[in-house]
Design a protein around this ligand. Structure first.
Ligand SMILES: [Zn+2]
Length: 158
């Protein structure tokens, strides 16, 4: 059994439902002005907060989607095989794909079941998807050294 994490508490930010932008969610525009609604799409987020798969460079998640679970974003977790991972909690990770069955065995977060999460681009193991715990209902626990920032901060051109 891994070291018991702190009791779960509410994460600071609410689940970012607003981030899951749906194109065309049924609000059909009335006559006229059909293009106006799409105008603000591209400038509402910083361009450089994306986190990419370290293996293939595909976009996985964003810095802005980091959340705290059990009072902390980052957790040091050791699996039953004795391998330790530095895991960061993210509200969503569109570039990670859950594979395999969900299980509660050896879970690092009490009340959550997990599935393996792999890169949707190259299949590299990126972490786990945890679900069923309450608040948040689900999150991604991603291995931090398997993600890279889109570009280095502060230094010259890459
Ligand atoms: Zn990848």
């Amino acid at each position: 059994m891994p070291a018991a994490p702190a009791p779960l508490t509410r994460p600071a930010p609410p689940p970012p439902l607003w981030l899951r932008r749906r194109p065309d969610n049924g609000g059909r525009g009335e006559n006229g002005g059909t293009e106006a609604g799409t105008r603000t799409r591209t400038r509402d987020r910083p361009a450089d907060d994306r986190l990419l798969c370290a293996a293939c460079g595909d976009w996985v998640t964003r810095q802005a989607w980091r959340i705290a679970v059990g009072d902390s974003h980052a957790h040091t977790c050791t699996n039953p095989a004795g391998i330790t991972f530095d895991v960061g909690c993210f509200a969503d990770a569109p570039g990670a794909r859950a594979v395999g069955p969900a299980t509660a065995r050896h879970t690092w977060f009490a009340g959550y079941r997990w599935r393996i999460a792999v890169c949707a681009g190259c299949g590299a193991h990126l972490g786990w998807v945890f679900a069923g715990g309450g608040a948040p209902a689900a999150f991604h626990g991603l291995i931090l050294d398997r993600l890279v920032a889109e570009r280095p901060r502060g230094d010259g051109p890459a």
